[in-house]
Design a protein around this ligand. Structure first.
Ligand code: ADP
Ligand code: MG
Length: 247
């Protein structure tokens, strides 16, 4: 097997007396979707925030392509290729789809003076942004205000913002939440294509989508890893079926 692109080692995070993540370790390999599942409050979003740098871990290490990024800022991690979409919408409603994606690129380029480089001009971004919007089936919405989009379209624009940064690894926190069956099917198809270009750590509640998409699965319960394995191993894991799938 190739080297893992992203390695998470023994991450811990407590909020007061609550241990939100407990010695969580996982790897993300090129070409795969690694699903992170578990009941509400299991610590899934906390783990993603520790990986992106939004929450400092109490202990543990995060390596991206072998480099220890645990001490880096959110912007420095993003510049090294850690991409994420958010569970809560982070788009500017009053701006167009195209403008939102451009801002995402420019923000990350200009967000750290230690790695300062000139922020790309609007003109130089038009073509790459158009390519991404086409990829996501949003070309005819490029000039539309985000406020006028459906929920599913908004989620796709959030994906476009993440992809515009050309991430090496993508962290997705419930990208299908609130989508209808059509939107979910569209997202499943997109992610199954995307994983060949950029591996994905995917938090998802929809178990049909998880087992359609995931190569490997980690099950988080009460902050700790209950089980980890291939999708088939997890589907047939007795403790997982009991503790999580409700059987
Ligand atoms: P999940 O994404 O698996 O539903 P979270 O990572 O959001 O779970 O939350 C894990 C636990 O940590 C929950 O009990 C939640 O209430 C708690 N928690 C999350 N963020 C904070 C915070 N900023 N302050 C205090 N407690 C938090
Ligand atoms: Mg969550």
């Amino acid at each position: 097997m190739s080297e893992p692109l992203l390695q998470v080692k023994q991450l811990n995070k407590a909020f007061g007396a609550l241990q939100a993540t407990r010695d969580v370790s996982l790897d993300l390999y090129p070409g795969e979707i690694h699903a992170l599942i578990g009941p509400n409050g299991a610590g899934k979003s906390t783990l993603i925030s520790q990986i992106t740098g939004n929450l400092p871990p109490d202990s543990g290490e995060i390596l991206l392509q072998g480099e220890d990024i645990t001490g880096l800022t959110v912007a420095e991690r993003a510049q090294r290729g850690l991409g994420r979409s958010f569970q809560i919408s982070s788009l500017a409603d009053e701006l167009s789809v195209r403008r939102n994606v451009m801002i995402a690129v420019q923000a990350i380029q200009g967000s750290s003076f230690r790695f300062w480089k000139p922020v790309s001009s609007d003109a130089s971004l038009l073509e790459p942004v158009a390519t991404i919007l086409e990829r996501l089936g949003l070309s005819d919405r490029a000039g539309t205000l985000v406020a006028e989009l459906s929920h599913g379209e908004r989620r796709l624009v959030e994906m476009a913002c993440a992809l515009a940064l050309q991430p090496r690894a993508l962290l997705l926190d419930e990208p299908m939440a609130g989508m209808g069956s059509e939107g979910t099917a569209r997202m499943v198809k997109l992610l199954s294509e995307l994983k060949h270009e950029v591996p994905i750590l995917l938090i998802e509640h929809d178990m049909d989508a998880v087992f359609q998409l995931a190569d490997r699965v980690s099950v988080l319960v009460s902050g700790g890893v209950l089980a980890q394995g291939t999708a088939d191993e997890i589907r047939n894991h007795p403790a997982v079926r009991e503790a999580y799938l409700g059987e």
